[in-house]
Design a protein around this ligand. Structure first.
Ligand SMILES: NC(=O)c1ccc[n+]([C@@H]2O[C@H](COP(=O)([O-])OP(=O)(O)OC[C@H]3O[C@@H](n4cnc5c(N)ncnc54)[C@H](O)[C@@H]3O)[C@@H](O)[C@H]2O)c1
Length: 242
């Protein structure tokens, strides 16, 4: 069996990756999420975990003590709108906890569980490369993910453990819908208009489907990407090529 750990696999991009990996009967997936997935499969185990909370992460790690992983998709993330000056500092801390600290704790505690040849994939963002208006907390965490990717890649290369990050543009998930809903309400714009405006930002004139992102994650988790480490890969319909 090949064991994979996925965070935030109950919805959105994480769920699309789980669905893709479950196509092979050889794969066993452990999903750490705060809500249960709506997928039933004997090759999928759900451990309810609040990634905002260190004790909850330690509890999950204890359950994983005998599991050895060939791949990790450190995907869970949350988003808030706002500049430093309009954001509540408790909310900023929460974004840092889920998007950065949870990954640090998991990697620190699960290091003995990583097999030789393991592939670690972070879910970054186009905000690994560029800043966006009113995206202070989220942007700062994605900058940290970019740096963690490179730093860990250097330190783990000698153990044949690879570390890469995908850097998606906008993807049609709950996180995106909540973000544009908040923005639309604040600025008195209809959701239809917001969707059009968002699509216009991308040279391909559309946003991504979670399945399109999952294909890249599967590639990075597999041996097909065996000489790739420390890479930040845009998958953004040309957004950061502008
Ligand atoms: N959707 C986009 O436009 C987009 C673009 C670039 C990068 N990303 C990144 O992709 C990743 C996944 O986002 P998504 O769009 O699939 O979001 P989503 O909201 O659809 O899914 C996120 C998952 O994380 C889980 N989660 C959230 N907070 C948690 C917590 N405290 N503890 C445990 N689980 C928690 C949720 O329950 C959910 O299953 C994030 O890191 C996000 O930053 C998303």
């Amino acid at each position: 069996m090949k064991n994979y750990l996925i965070t935030g696999g109950s919805k959105g991009i994480g769920k699309a990756v789980i669905e893709l990996l479950l196509k092979s009967k050889e794969n066993f997936i452990i999903n750490l999420d705060i809500v249960a997935p709506d997928i039933e499969n004997s090759n999928l185990k759900f451990i309810k975990t609040n990634l905002e909370n260190k004790d909850s992460i330690i509890h999950a790690v204890e359950e994983l003590k005998d599991v050895h992983f060939i791949g990790l998709f450190l995907n869970a993330g949350i988003h808030i709108n706002g500049s430093l000056f309009t954001s509540n500092l408790d909310d900023v801390q929460k974004v840092i906890n889920v998007n950065v600290m949870a990954n640090i704790y998991l990697l620190k505690y699960l290091r003995p569980n990583l097999e030789h040849g393991c592939s670690i994939v972070f879910n970054g963002s186009d905000q690994c490369f560029v800043a966006k208006i009113s995206s202070f907390a989220y942007g700062l965490t994605k900058g940290a993910v970019a740096q963690m990717t490179k730093s860990l890649a250097l330190d783990l290369a000698k153990y044949d453990i690879r570390v890469n990050a995908i850097c998606p543009g906008t993807v049609d998930t709950e996180l995106y819908r909540q973000a544009i809903n908040n923005y639309a309400k604040k600025n008195n714009i209809s959701m239809e208009e917001m969707e059009k405006l968002e699509a216009e930002e991308f040279p391909m004139k559309r946003i991504a489907k979670p399945e399109e992102i999952a294909n890249l994650v599967e590639f990075l988790l597999s041996k097909k990407s065996s000489f790739m480490t420390g890479s930040l890969l845009p998958i953004d319909g040309g957004y950061t090529a502008k």
